[in-house]
Design a protein around this ligand. Structure first.
Ligand SMILES: Nc1ncnc2c1ncn2[C@@H]1O[C@H](COP(=O)(O)OP(=O)(O)OP(=O)(O)O)[C@@H](O)[C@H]1O
Ligand SMILES: [Mg+2]
Length: 345
């Protein structure tokens, strides 16, 4: 008798589960590089999910493995690198696929914005040809249709006189404009997953802010999942819903923007926040820094990679990497000496 409401419930539950299903699920991702003196581990058993409509920041000092996470997922590791683990994009395993196998989704369903626009722009081709080619190859558009879409998108990324400028070569654009062209290129095929690796560090602060806002706005319009890599916490604060804090190739802490900024638990996260000038402070005093140097990429050493620099270090920190434990809300922390449970009143 209660079959109708029951099946309705089951259906809505199934829909809710589906709506919450991640678009990208990364599990135990490790990246290793072979060097003449032996192998180094740049990314060490990293797991995370990305959902449509959210912007996740991956933050950490230089060399912490941020870029290698994104590059391995895009199938773009250097030739001496290899990735293990699993990465499912819309339920398809993408890790370990050849460039040819990934071509169908790279640049269309999944795309990447690089720090240097010239990584993805061809200096010898007019911007019009580069943008229309993507649409013609991936979406079978006619040249005329493709040109119309490309001009619209250049308008949207606020390139003045887009109709005229689309005929120019990349070097005829300023740095900020080139960055916008690259954003347009990454969004052309309306990707559902977008990676951005330090997309604005080469630009001056005002242009950075404009471009980041634009990126956030366009990603929201597309309902895409965005992972943005940066060592700049200001960028994270401006743009991200969730934050992953990386150190020595491992996730140290992960939480919502508020959790990480207002209630950081990991000593490294605390150090990172303390060494960043607050955006709302008019006078910047001397920057605090975390003493010591990051350990060279070598995840195979036992213990926590941060322990040599950590104020809370105890004996177990040097012998065993603390497990990454999660609370019911999905917040995660890897530290022997800092509790995860909520201590707020
Ligand atoms: N081809 C390579 N061969 C050997 N080691 C490499 C190679 N590429 C990267 N690495 C090492 O992998 C580690 C992680 O590098 P990665 O580029 O991910 O750092 P990052 O967090 O993006 O830093 P940055 O903020 O400086 O861009 C570094 O120690 C780096 O030296
Ligand atoms: Mg990098």
């Amino acid at each position: 008798m209660p079959s109708t409401p029951m099946s309705g419930d089951v259906l809505s539950e199934a829909r809710a589960t589906n709506a919450a299903a991640p678009i990208l699920s990364v599990r135990d991702l490790s990246v290793r590089f072979k060097l003449p003196q032996g192998a180094v581990t740049a990314v060490d058993r990293v797991s995370f999910d990305l959902h449509r409509g959210e912007v996740v920041g991956i933050v950490g000092e230089s060399g912490s493995g941020k870029s290698q996470i994104l590059l391995s997922l895009m199938g773009l590791l250097a030739s001496n690198g290899s990735a293990t683990g699993s990465a499912r994009f819309e339920n398809t395993e993408i890790l370990g696929r050849t460039a040819k196998e990934l071509d169908g989704i790279r640049g269309s369903a999944m795309s990447m914005i690089f720090q240097d626009p010239m990584t993805s722009l061809n200096p010898y081709m007019r911007v019009s040809d580069q943008l229309t080619e993507v649409l013609m190859v991936h979406q079978g558009k006619s040249q005329r249709e493709a040109l119309g879409i490309a001009i619209d998108l250049l308008d949207r990324v606020r390139i003045p006189e887009a109709r005229r400028r689309i005929g120019l070569y990349p070097h005829e654009f300023s740095g900020g404009m080139r960055q916008r062209v690259m954003i347009a290129m990454a969004l052309l095929c309306r990707p559902s997953l977008l990676f951005a690796d330090e997309p604005t560090t080469a630009l001056d602060v005002t242009v950075q802010a404009q471009i980041l806002e634009l990126l956030g706005e366009l990603a929201r319009d597309l309902d895409a999942a965005v992972a943005i890599v940066t060592h700049d916490l200001g960028v994270i604060a401006r743009l991200c819903d969730r934050v992953i804090v990386l150190y020595g190739g491992r996730i140290m802490e992960q939480g919502t923007l508020d959790e990480i900024f207002y209630d950081p638990r990991h000593p490294y996260t605390k150090g990172l926040l303390a060494s960043t000038p607050r955006l709302d402070e008019r006078t910047h005093g001397e920057l605090l820094t975390i003493p010591g140097q990051p350990r060279a990429a070598m995840g195979d050493l036992p213990g926590c990679p941060f322990s040599p620099r950590c104020a809370l270090r105890t004996a177990p920190c040097d012998s065993a990497m603390p497990p990454l434990v999660a609370d019911a809300g999905g917040r995660r922390l890897a530290c022997h000496n800092s509790p995860l449970e909520d201590r707020r009143p």
